[in-house]
Design a protein around this ligand. Structure first.
Ligand code: MG
Ligand code: ZN
Length: 220
């Protein structure tokens, strides 16, 4: 077997488990959202600010190489949280998500957020069984990242530009980001927000609610 064939069969096996995960979420009318970004873009803070605003029962699965720090930040009364330590793994796999799902009672859970390992490369090629892929780019990372990591932005269903409150302090051209995105992905909405100040969060929360109601209506 050539290396290319092995890589392909690993990805096919990943996709098969992902399809099972998605079916399980569908059966429970749970919307699965996979959050992907570089480390430090604000995924955990965004979830801390999103979940109370959503006003729906949520569960969170957090992928990290080490530590339970992010899961600890999210472990509040109303949110079911599962930590997946990937060790050396630089992305979540559908099998890890399947194991995580086994630990969650999905009955009555409207949203499952999967916080992927902070990495702009391989999470893009691993279907986890989510319904939507959300890619977060934060202002301090720089306005050149869309062109540098095209695959993850191509795979996105929605793109959030976080820490927008810093755009005036740092040299960050939103126009450059939009121009680069126009070359790669014209379907995904682009929202600018700040999880810290709350700016733009309403639009994001509205997008989530709409996506869930649409799926729920289609399932009836
Ligand atoms: Mg985090
Ligand atoms: Zn990886």
């Amino acid at each position: 077997m050539t290396t290319v064939k092995i890589v392909r069969s690993v990805l096919e096996a990943n996709d098969a488990v992902a399809a099972v995960n998605r079916k399980l979420l569908d059966e429970h009318h749970t919307l699965g959202v996979n959050l992907m970004s570089a480390p430090g873009s604000g995924k955990t803070t965004l979830l801390q600010e999103t979940i109370p605003r959503l006003g729906h029962p949520c569960a969170v699965m957090v992928g990290d190489l080490q530590t339970t720090r992010d899961a600890d930040r999210l472990r509040v009364d109303s949110v079911e949280t599962v930590q997946i330590n990937t060790g050396r793994g630089c992305h979540l796999s559908s099998t890890q998500v399947a194991d995580g799902l086994a630990a969650i009672d999905l009955a009555g859970i409207d949203f499952l957020f999967i916080e992927n390992v902070g990495n702009m490369v391989c999470p893009a090629s691993h279907d986890l069984g989510e319904h939507f892929r959300c890619v977060i780019l934060s202002v301090p990372e720089g306005d050149d990242k869309v062109a540098k990591y095209p695959t993850i932005f191509q795979a996105a269903d929605i793109i959030l530009v976080n820490k927008i409150d810093l755009a005036g302090i740092l040299d960050f051209s939103m126009q450059r980001v939009l121009d680069d995105l126009a070359q790669l992905n014209t379907a995904a909405p682009v929202l600018t927000l700040s999880a810290r100040t709350g700016q733009g969060l309403d639009e994001w929360v509205q997008w989530l609610r709409q996506k869930r109601s649409k799926r729920a209506a289609a399932a009836l």
